[in-house]
Design a protein around this ligand. Structure first.
Ligand SMILES: Cc1cc2nc3c(=O)[nH]c(=O)nc-3n(C[C@H](O)[C@H](O)[C@H](O)COP(=O)(O)O)c2cc1C
Length: 313
């Protein structure tokens, strides 16, 4: 399959494994890139320069291109992880969720391809103005953080109409049918997180993977409960999509009370340490319902590559 994305990055499958902090590190990115997609390392808000260098070395170990993904609000507090990234040979830098303009300008000046995930048309226009090489149209079905405003299919059409840059679609794209659908809709590729959550190369706990395998189509919820529980200073417009659990049901609508409840916060911390996912978060998108088993990242990439043979129903 050849698209602007495969030609520009020199990859075989128009598939980006989305950056996922605490899930996709160098080992996972290397496995995806070796299999013909673009693997990305998710850089979290507390990452050090050394960690970025180490993960980049591992990701690049496959001898194939890879990417590094950042949160804009975290770089405002500490820009050093991005500075470290610009010293690596990463092909793609993504900076999303907040003031992405300045970090992307710096990454572009350092010769990197740059992108950001957008959740509405105004954000897509900002991305185009900032000079992104490609824009990720991320619908509300997606796992992890982002806007809960527009779904993937309308967003793809809207962003294609509004911005004159290549568009990669994200949110709920979980197999070859999904990839074929967005390619038919004019996307140059798909940006996929949830479908990689049960890969053995991820650093996701086994108990969390089991929850995902058991998840059905209505298993995810969107909100700020887990951000408050984790004392994570996400801007309010970027809530998270995750598996619904007991803790979410207890606190949804009472986020301000949770913030002040030291006993409940301590209970959350203990559950996160112990891997008790009735309380602790498992970020995932609506595509989680399609996860059926633990697998290898290369098998996930190969299954998406079959998009080239999907015929319209
Ligand atoms: C567990 C998890 C962690 C994520 N962490 C990040 C992150 O660190 N940085 C980022 O830009 N996006 C992050 N995302 C969002 C993804 O980049 C992407 O938008 C999303 O996974 C696409 O939708 P899908 O999950 O339906 O495939 C995360 C998503 C998940 C599921």
């Amino acid at each position: 399959m050849s698209t602007w994305l495969t030609d520009t990055l020199g990859i075989e499958v128009p598939l980006v494994q989305a950056p996922m902090a605490r899930v996709s590190e160098g080992v996972m990115a290397a496995a995806v890139s070796a299999a013909g997609g673009l693997g990305m390392v998710g850089v979290g808000p507390t990452a050090s320069r050394e960690w970025v260098h180490e993960q980049a070395r591992t990701a690049g170990g496959a001898g194939a291109p890879y990417g590094l993904g950042f949160m804009a609000w975290a770089l405002e507090r500490d820009p050093r992880p991005l500075e470290a990234a610009l010293e690596t040979d990463t092909a793609l830098v993504s900076v999303s969720f907040g003031a992405f303009e300045e970090p992307l300008r710096r990454a572009k000046a350092a010769g990197k391809l740059v992108t950001t995930q957008v959740g509405n048309v105004a954000e897509a226009r900002r991305a185009e103005q900032a000079g992104v090489d490609l824009v990720v149209a991320r619908g509300r079905e997606a796992g992890g953080h982002g806007r809960d405003e527009v779904s993937t299919l309308p967003l793809l059409q809207l962003v294609r109409a509004a911005a004159d840059v290549p568009v990669v679609a994200a949110g709920g794209i979980a197999n070859a049918d999904g990839l074929a659908a967005v390619l038919a809709g004019g996307a140059v590729g798909a940006w996929v997180g949830t479908a990689f959550l049960c890969c053995r190369e991820s650093v996701f706990p086994a108990a969390a993977r089991q929850r995902l395998i058991a998840a059905d189509d209505t298993a995810t919820v969107y909100g700020r409960v887990f951000d408050v529980a984790q004392r994570a200073p996400w801007p309010r417009e970027y809530g998270g999509r995750a598996l619904r659990n007991r803790f979410f049901d207890e606190w949804v609508g009472h986020e301000d009370e949770l913030e002040a409840d030291t006993e409940a916060l301590a209970r959350y911390d203990a559950a996160a340490r112990e891997g008790d996912f009735d309380v602790a978060v498992v970020y995932a998108g609506q595509g989680a319902a399609l996860l059926t088993e633990e697998t290898a990242a290369a098998d996930v990439v190969a299954s998406f590559a079959r998009a080239g043979t999907v015929t319209p129903g």
